[in-house]
Ligand binder design. Structure first.
Ligand SMILES: [Zn+2]
Length: 829
């Protein structure tokens, strides 16, 4: 009796505590039932604040950053009261299991589950689901929280979500219209998917070029959860997709990671089967490219997964799909709530094994390459170190010696002499598997049909000569050098070398300060040093009207850590003197950038981000819809991003461009923008036809093999070696080879009259990634970057897009060179 009374008392008191906490349902709090409106981001934040304030012993809300548009980024930690009291201990203990914090972990088995919602802003049902999920966990599913810490990020892309939600709220009819053709089901350019700079945040985890990703990685790496879910939506005719994922899987994914995905999928299937909801698994969404919300967590030891509900930016509050069913926002958020809860359930049930297997993942002793040794320009090394810091990956400096192994420049066994300036990144560290994924020359592909690019090898992306060694190379703590500059009031001028983006940032700043800068088109030797093409020369005589010229220059150079070389006389020992026609003034270029309909929002966004956040040089965005009435004479350079310009750069559009180019304007066309010029009268650019004679075997392709047959024509992001004309101003700062990331199979002939600045030779050399056999053949002698002169102006053709996702660091200087050095006419505005 006594014991029964005790049990009853405990039950009653816990009920009274729950009632006393007064946590409102999302509907009660928002004033409308969940799924009948799209909630604005601040309302979602307010709901999470409400829950945290009502249940402070079980919910902790943490602000971890702000978006570019100043919306706050939050995560909520949810668990039992006891776990919440020990939250910091649980976190540290988990990092001990990973080997990141020293010391022996205790054996307690708390599962850590991280749920990330709404990375794509217009896949908007999941943020609504996040509110229902936290409410249900705290009211009905307390049992699971006894051994589980749930971390909820209700919206990892608030700017994109609000772009979508605000647009929908202002567009939709009341009641909502289920007709697919209604405006509310057809978003205008650029849509709500991406963030402020129109980056796809689900391609940005590894590069963290965006503030949302960089802020998130800081707290993500403090936790390293055991399970991570990235909630998405697909087209409204699709059902639901959940784990297990499709092939290819990256080879470092463990058997346990594969198996547990299946267990999770089967747990979801129980609920979906019971409700008669359709789903699919093991198709479309693979685990290879490391920059996704499923792969990145996977390579950091979690079970990383993508869940996809049908709906997406065309779903609205309800839409009649092709199957004749009305799919509502209520349906969509209900499904996402079920999979979120089911994920917590199965993780709670398997907490012990999740912990054991998580610990095992961090054993990196079986990796083939033990160290990657990287050599190159200091700035490139520094920029790579900044990337490694974002992931809290350790590195050090080599010493004088020699390292043998796989040499990246020749893609063959070789060796390299090392110095203390070279960087060593080894795999004998907790994040060794991520090191392998990012640095290995070529990821092993279990299947060529993949959702994304198949090559991203960091040494190629950063332009560093690298050797991958099967033995561990010792390293000492890495130090960053600071240069010191002293002014010399007697100097004729100062020279700085030109080979990195830091040099470009320095130049951009000087131009903004109206300091006149020259660059040399030929190498020159003076005062005992040789300076290569592109070196910047800042002459006192050009800048007589600048007060404190030397102080200003020294201060600016110090800001960018540039070495100023004071030169006594403009009379060079060899090469051009300072007054030579080969040493030209850099024009303060006025740049226009096409945006809007017809442009690729991703490429436009990447360019916008590059100028605003990296180079810090102004550009004027021009909407394609206004191109007709724009006065182009106000600009020196027009950048035409990747896009489909059939309707814009038609005959009339091209007629507007041509006279402006002829009198000295410069067009920089990227990716598919080249189609506007290719095979057109008056332009030298020609598509590489080079088509095979009819291949009779084509007729023999089985229907089931059609996708694989098509793959022969594809390049799904692969790295090719290119030959560089380093005497051309667009290539200043580059050596005679450059590794280019090709994102597609488009191929153009070499220019017959014009400059072929980077090109693929007779035998295309692919060093990484998938390229179909037919696609490779078509790349023989094809153009990568070229310049065609037209009257006094130029068209720069960039077949490969060097700002793609902002991670191909070594390609960005080509773009800067094209703007400031190529055909540097003094064009009077
Ligand atoms: Zn998505």
């Amino acid at each position: 009796m006594h014991r029964l009374y005790q049990v009853l008392f405990v039950v009653l008191s816990s009920v009274s505590i729950t009632i006393g906490q007064q946590i409102k349902t999302p509907g009660e709090f928002l004033g409308y039932e969940l799924g009948t409106q799209f909630s604005r981001h601040h309302q979602v934040v307010d709901y999470f604040k409400h829950v945290a304030s009502q249940m402070p012993e079980q919910v902790k809300l943490q602000k971890y950053g702000e978006t570019y548009e100043r919306r706050p980024l939050y995560v909520a930690y949810i668990s039992s009261k006891e776990n919440m009291r020990n939250l910091e201990e649980i976190r540290i203990n988990n990092l001990k299991k990973a080997g990141i914090v020293a010391g022996n972990p205790t054996a307690d088995a708390i599962a850590i589950v991280w749920l990330s919602y709404n990375v794509h802003g217009n896949e908007a049902s999941s943020t609504e689901a996040s509110m229902k999920t936290i409410y249900t966990l705290l009211t009905e599913k307390q049992d699971w929280l006894k051994n589980t810490v749930v971390i909820i990020d209700p919206c990892i892309n608030p700017d994109g979500r609000d772009r979508y939600a605000n647009w929908f709220n202002e567009t939709s009819s009341k009641p909502y219209d289920i007709d697919q053709q209604a405006s509310e089901h057809n978003e205008p350019w650029p849509g709500g998917r991406a963030n402020h700079y129109l980056f796809d945040l689900n391609r940005d985890w590894a590069w963290a070029s965006q503030i949302e990703s960089a802020s998130r990685l800081k707290i993500y790496n403090k936790w390293l959860p055991h399970v991570h879910v990235d909630f998405h939506e697909q087209g409204f005719n699709e059902p639901y997709y959940f784990a297990p994922a499709a092939e290819p899987y990256h080879e470092i994914i463990s058997d346990w990671q594969r198996d547990f995905q299946t267990q999770i999928g089967k747990n979801h299937a129980r609920y979906f089967d019971a409700n008669g909801w359709l789903y699919f698994t093991r198709e479309q969404f693979d685990l290879l490219y490391p920059s996704y919300g499923d792969t990145y967590p996977t390579y950091m030891g979690a079970i990383g997964m993508t869940y996809e509900q049908g709906g997406h930016g065309r779903g609205g509050l309800g839409v009649l799909n092709d199957g004749g069913e009305v799919l509502t926002l209520v349906d969509r958020l209900t499904h996402h709530t079920v999979t979120g809860l089911s994920t917590v359930e199965i993780s709670s049930k398997n907490a012990t094994q999740l912990n054991t297997e998580f610990k095992k993942f961090f054993n990196t002793s079986n990796l083939k390459y033990k160290s990657y040794v990287l050599k190159g320009d200091d700035d490139k090394i520094e920029s790579l170190k900044a990337l490694l810091d974002k992931h809290e990956i350790a590195y050090g400096n080599a010493s004088n010696g020699k390292v043998n192994g796989l040499k990246y420049s020749s893609n063959a066994p070789g060796s390299m002499n090392t110095t203390s300036k070279d960087l060593v990144v080894s795999t004998n560290q907790p994040k060794g598997k991520m090191v392998k994924v990012l640095f290995e020359p070529d990821a092993k592909l279990s299947d060529s049909l993949t959702y994304d690019i198949t090559a991203w090898s960091v040494p190629y992306a950063y332009g560093l000569e690298t050797v991958a060694s099967t033995s561990l190379i010792p390293a000492t703590p890495s130090v960053s050098n600071r240069v010191t500059n002293t002014k010399n009031n007697n100097a004729t001028g100062y020279i700085i070398r030109w080979d990195s983006l830091k040099d470009a940032e320095f130049l951009a700043d000087l131009l903004k300060q109206d300091i006149k800068v020259r660059f040399t088109e030929k190498p020159l030797t003076t005062d005992g040093y040789t300076f290569d093409r592109g070196s910047l020369i800042i002459v006192r005589g050009d800048n007589k009207n600048i007060t404190n010229f030397d102080d200003l220059l020294v201060a600016t150079a110090t800001t960018y850590n540039r070495k100023l070389n004071a030169i006594a006389s403009g009379f060079s020992k060899s090469g051009p003197d300072f007054g030579s026609p080969d040493i030209k003034l850099v024009n303060k270029q006025k740049i226009a950038l096409l945006s809007g309909k017809s442009t690729s929002s991703l490429n436009y966004g990447a360019l916008w981000h590059f100028f605003e956040q990296q180079l810090h040089y102004p550009v004027t965005s021009i909407n394609t819809e206004h191109l007709e009435k724009i006065n182009l004479d106000k600009y020196n350079v027009l950048i035409v991003p990747d896009g489909n310009y059939n309707g814009i750069l038609n005959e009339a559009g091209m007629e507007k461009l041509r006279p402006w180019i002829e009198k000295g304007g410069k067009v920089i066309a990227i990716g598919r923008a080249l189609q506007a010029f290719a095979d057109k009268d008056g332009y030298g650019l020609k598509c590489n036809k080079n088509e095979d004679e009819d291949d009779e075997t084509d007729n023999l392709v089985l229907y089931a093999d059609r996708e694989r047959e098509n793959a022969k024509e594809l390049i799904t992001g692969a790295i090719f070696k290119t030959h560089v004309d380093y005497t051309h101003p667009m290539a200043f700062g580059y050596p005679d080879t450059y590794f280019s990331l090709k994102q597609g199979s488009a191929s153009y002939n070499l220019l017959e009259s014009g400059y072929n600045i980077a090109r693929i030779g007779e035998q295309p050399v692919k060093v990484s990634g998938f390229a179909g056999s037919e696609a490779i053949k078509k790349l023989n002698n094809s153009l990568i970057f070229g310049e065609e002169r037209l009257g006094s102006g130029s068209i720069i053709y960039m077949v490969d897009n060097t700002v793609f996702r902002s991670f191909w660091e070594n390609g960005k200087l080509f773009l800067v060179n094209a703007i400031f050095f190529v055909n540097n006419n003094t064009f009077e505005l």
